[in-house]
Design a protein around this ligand. Structure first.
Ligand code: GLU
Length: 421
């Protein structure tokens, strides 16, 4: 349970209010953007392998449809709740606006620990959840994607379920699909690639090379492990990694390829049991406080709070996760001169390539990987450039600059469209 102070939706609203105040948004538009436009809660039964039936609860929240169909992942996690999904949906609206792709924001979630279910139970759960929220979905309406606890196979089940209902194949109803049914090359790596590009570019802008930068990554899922791997590839030294099993630290640099090979072969892709000469086991909390240049939180919300912000030693934080830093911590770190590349920019690589996947699916014309990666780089670096310039010209932290750009775009679109009827 999150305390009220760390309630993600409260935090998301607080961040929005800060931007709305600076932008001096009219009260009428502020009231629209402060809350989600649509929320669907579904309670549904799933047959378990032992013959029993269990009830599950899930959500799909559409925050704002002003700039286009809504976009955002589906999360399977035991801690999912409506306020988390509301926050994640609102963050998607700003993220899509910031990188200027034609979507509003949405998010979905099911309260479930996917590790506790068999593959066939997960398939039944996914197909039933897709059916329950199908009244909202469609390539021109709401396009889900993977998030924490979900993967390409589950996206395939959702695509198949919606296609069965319609009676024909609808690839563009979801992104993050396997390549053989219309997925995009580069989509799996896209979020981690975006994080790597942000580290490289922000280091350059701060007058430091990326070669030899000491990086610590919290989370070794799709985002954290890809970012670590790509950062190692460009010459950074990844000295610390953690996952749900704790932290792994080697000051001379970890062997990311070996760690990825290990998780590929072990249950639930966890690092439990991984050992290598010189690798020290530390706690997840200690990992965040390691002496390093760059810290990449790539796990869940509320990891950097007022309780540990003073002890963070990194001078650059690149937020691979959504909402890893609380506003209190943000303030402490900013006062200490730490540069934070905010989530709505740092982890936007995933939704950018989701957009490419959707476009390719609608056109039925597929691009090669270098085309995808090149376009991703242009968009995300362009967005960082906009944020950087705004931050420098107005003397604001990067997060505030990013919010000003994003919220203004969404407000403009909603104001241009007007209030119906
Ligand atoms: N779940 C990812 C995010 O938080 C990707 C969303 C998408 O591709 O639609 O940005």
């Amino acid at each position: 349970m999150t305390s009220d102070r760390n309630n993600p939706f409260r935090i998301a609203q607080q961040q929005f209010d800060m931007a709305a105040d600076i932008l001096d948004l009219p009260e009428s538009i502020r009231a629209v953007l402060r809350v989600p436009q649509r929320e669907l809660t579904v309670n549904f039964p799933v047959k378990l392998d032992d013959g029993n039936t269990r009830m599950f609860t899930g959500y799909r929240v559409q925050h704002n449809l002003g700039r286009g169909p809504v976009k955002g992942g589906i999360r399977y996690h035991p801690d999912v709740d409506i306020d988390e999904v509301r926050a994640l949906a609102m963050w998607m609206t700003w993220k899509c606006a910031l990188v200027n792709i034609p979507y509003g924001g949405a998010k979905g979630g099911v309260i479930v620990d996917p590790k506790q279910l068999s593959l066939s139970e997960l398939e039944r759960l996914t197909r039933r959840f897709a059916t329950e929220i199908s009244i909202l979905l469609g390539p021109e309406k709401d396009i889900p994607a993977p998030d924490m606890g979900t993967n390409a196979q589950m996206m395939a089940w959702i695509m198949d379920t919606i296609s069965m209902h319609r009676g024909y194949t609808v690839p563009a109803v979801i992104t993050g699909k396997p390549i053989n049914i219309g997925g995009s090359l580069g989509r799996v790596e896209a979020t981690g690639r975006g994080v790597m590009l942000m580290v490289r570019d922000i280091a350059r802008r701060l007058g430091r090379g990326h070669d030899g930068l000491r990086v610590v990554v919290q989370g070794f899922g799709n985002v954290g492990s890809t970012a670590a791997y790509l950062l190692e590839e460009i010459g950074c030294k990844v000295i610390g990694i953690s996952d749900a099993t704790g932290g792994y630290y080697r000051p001379s640099g970890l062997d990311i390829t070996a760690m990825r090979t290990f998780t590929d072969r072990h249950s639930f892709r966890l690092l439990e049991g991984y050992s290598d000469p010189g690798v020290e086991r530390i706690s997840g909390e200690e990992l965040l406080e390691l002496d390093c240049d760059v810290l990449i939180p790539a796990a869940v919300e509320n990891q950097i709070t007022e309780l540990n912000a003073d002890r963070i030693k990194a001078s650059i934080i690149v937020e691979g996760a959504n909402g890893p830093t609380t506003p209190d911590a943000d303030q402490i770190l900013t006062e200490r001169g730490v540069t934070i590349v905010p989530d709505i920019l740092a982890n936007a690589g995933g939704v950018i390539v989701s957009y490419f996947e959707w476009v390719q699916g609608l056109q039925e014309f597929f691009w090669d990987e270098s085309d995808v990666n090149g376009k991703l780089e242009r968009i995300i670096i362009g967005a960082l450039d906009d944020v950087w310039k705004m931050s420098r010209s107005r003397g604001l932290p990067l997060r505030t600059a990013a919010y000003l750009l994003a919220v203004q775009r969404v407000a403009d679109a909603n104001q241009t469209r007007g209030v119906y009827p």
